[in-house]
Ligand binder design. Structure first.
Ligand SMILES: [Zn+2]
Ligand SMILES: [Zn+2]
Length: 275
């Protein structure tokens, strides 16, 4: 197992365990690179009181505080993590909604990599919480990819995280036909390539009863065919028990597509490791 560049700790409101516990598990697994990327939903950067709102399962706030705690804890763990190379970053949600605050995190000197994510559309909850029974699903998926393209066109990110997240909770995701969205997906992939950023192959869906990967293999192949060579692998672990889950399979799939190297980041600089 080479890498897991997308993991959450107890600093994220929906995840468990300390950075030190995660480091210990990573070394037991033999991981060479791990990134701590706790959640910063940039549209809820300040504590809930700032917005006269309440923290809830649906809406968590204080990305600024999460980032500060995660940074301090990761810096302490970096002093004693060998042989693992411990990278520090953040998963920033909804970057196009506040690029100035996203830049604050991106430009923090401790940050190796920022994962750019779209978890929700403007003025809507996370896709996880949507009621799909009454939704116009093709329109929703189009709006999702348009928002990802908006994200890709900003500069405060290094890795495009879980492309196809907006389809993750569709009633029958695996039967959903992506054909009408291919041109938009191509535009997203070409933007990643042009900017020399990376695409993530996110295996969190491998632990579901009907397993999936974000993005699916057809999109990964398309990225490769278009010339994309910067690829990261992750399990998006919110719990140590999923730190290595499916990593071997993800590596095999990436290799089968034709990639010979994986990408990691040293202070936003893409670096390669043989696959
Ligand atoms: Zn995410
Ligand atoms: Zn995540």
């Amino acid at each position: 197992m080479i890498m897991n560049l997308h993991t959450h700790t107890h600093n994220s409101p929906d995840a468990k365990q300390t950075v030190a516990e995660r480091v210990k598990a990573a070394n037991q697994l033999g991981l060479r690179f791990m990134a701590i990327t706790d959640h910063v939903e940039i549209n809820r950067y300040y504590p809930a009181e700032y917005y006269h709102a309440e923290e809830s399962e649906m809406y968590f706030y204080d990305g600024c505080g999460v980032f500060a705690r995660s940074a301090a804890e990761t810096a302490a763990a970096q002093a004693d993590c060998a042989p693992l190379r411990l990278l520090f970053g953040a998963e920033i949600g909804q970057i196009p909604q506040d690029t100035e605050k996203a830049a604050l995190i991106y430009n923090d000197p401790r940050v190796d990599l920022v994962l750019g994510s779209v978890h929700e559309l403007p003025d809507m909850p996370d896709f996880y919480f949507l009621d799909y029974s009454s939704a116009d699903i093709p329109a929703l998926v189009t709006a999702y990819f348009e928002e990802v393209l908006r994200l890709a066109r900003t500069d405060c990110w290094d890795v495009l995280a879980h492309l196809t997240y907006g389809m993750r909770y569709l009633p029958d995701r695996r039967a959903y036909d992506l054909t009408p969205h291919r041109a938009l997906i191509d535009e997203i992939l070409q933007t990643v390539i042009r900017k020399n950023k990376a695409l993530e192959f996110n295996g969190s869906g491998l632990r579901k009863p009907q397993p999936y990967i974000d993005p699916e293999l057809t999109i990964l192949r398309r990225y490769f065919d278009l010339g994309g060579r910067n690829i990261t692998i992750s399990t998006d672990a919110h719990d140590t028990k999923y730190l290595g889950f499916g990593l071997d399979l993800l590596e095999d799939m990436v290799r089968a597509v034709g990639f010979t190297e994986l990408t990691w980041f040293d202070k936003h600089e893409p670096r390669k490791v043989a696959l």
